[in-house]
Design a protein around this ligand. Structure first.
Ligand SMILES: [Zn+2]
Ligand SMILES: [Zn+2]
Length: 318
């Protein structure tokens, strides 16, 4: 294939992530402008707010869709698909994968494979989103605008490859976000007719409920890459620079207890002490009481004792 046609394949991979990936240079950390046009586009689409206005319903929908998808990202893409900290059925596994996929943060296998790589090489030069090697912006969004961050390393997610439905979601990773955007537009148009007192419509709900909600969700999620290895306190002397940070934990529903998480990634819970607010864990606990998920892995006794001893010795404050 000539250099001339490369851009066409980048465009094709907006729709089919597995298209001609053998031609990709998976070591290239050069910015790929074609690849990231949709990412730039969704940011520009937020400017539509100047034309569509605002309503309490659109704002509430935007916030609600943010929360439910943040839960799906942290609870399922991260704590389930990357770390297997609990069990669930094949149907629930798929449904939560679809919900998380609507966040536009690629497919479950890509997400889990990259994250497992991060844990293995945290803050070493191989870590593709370490702020200690590339700086804030690289760790925040540079790392996936290059070809090195694009392909799913299937060797790291062998345990999931047996599920064709997950491979499908991973391959056609823009399908769910696009369908979600269309459905939200349709909902807005429907409400415009059936419930005019809500004062919303298709374009307004599309901008608030999908574009803004998804962009905020994206930046909140990747703040764990760019900030949770820089800002906050280190309770455990881990091999990386991970931190515990209450503000990040609130924004990401519990992911801000990142130093805890790097000390013991195998527990469903990331806030170890009672005051370390971990909303995703409370949600997972509730799902386990409802029988949707089970066998949540706890923080082991020896890790809890280590945390307590360190807090006592260093007068650790949240
Ligand atoms: Zn980390
Ligand atoms: Zn992790």
């Amino acid at each position: 294939m000539t250099q001339h046609h490369q851009w066409l394949h980048h465009v094709l991979r907006w729709f089919d992530a597995d298209a001609n990936t053998t031609h990709l240079d998976s070591t290239s950390r050069r910015f790929n402008p074609v690849r990231v046009l949709p990412f730039i586009g969704i940011h520009l689409a937020c400017l539509g707010v100047l034309y569509v206005g605002i309503s309490p319903f659109a704002l509430a929908f935007s916030g609600g869709f943010f929360l439910i998808r943040m839960f799906a990202i942290t609870g399922f893409y991260h704590r389930y698909f990357a770390h297997k900290t609990f069990k669930t059925s094949r149907l629930w596994q798929f449904l939560f994968a679809v919900l998380a996929a609507s966040a536009g943060q690629r497919g479950p296998l890509w997400w889990a494979a990259h994250h497992r790589h991060h844990h293995q090489h945290s803050d070493q030069s191989a870590d593709i989103h370490s702020p200690h090697h590339g700086g804030f912006w690289w760790a925040h969004l540079g790392w996936f605008t290059c070809d090195a961050g694009f392909v799913t390393d299937e060797k790291r997610v062998r345990d999931w490859l047996k599920f064709p439905e997950l491979r499908f979601l991973n391959r056609f990773d823009s399908l769910v976000p696009v369908l979600a955007a269309i459905a939200i537009y349709g909902l807005g148009e429907t409400l415009c007719v059936l419930a005019p007192s809500l004062q919303t419509d298709g374009p307004q709900l599309l901008v608030w409920g999908f574009m803004i909600s998804t962009v905020v969700l994206f930046h909140a999620t990747v703040s764990i890459n760019s900030l949770a290895h820089v800002w906050g306190r280190r309770r455990f002397n881990t091999d990386d620079n991970s931190r515990n940070n209450l503000l990040l934990a609130l924004i990401t529903l519990g992911e801000g207890w990142h130093n805890n998480h790097h000390r013991w990634p195998l527990s469903a819970r990331q806030g170890f002490r009672w005051y370390e607010v971990d909303l995703t864990y409370y949600g997972l606990w509730l799902l386990s009481k409802l029988g949707v998920i089970w066998e949540l892995k706890p923080v082991p006794q020896h890790i809890m004792e280590e945390a307590l001893a360190l807090d006592k010795g260093r007068r650790y404050q949240p």
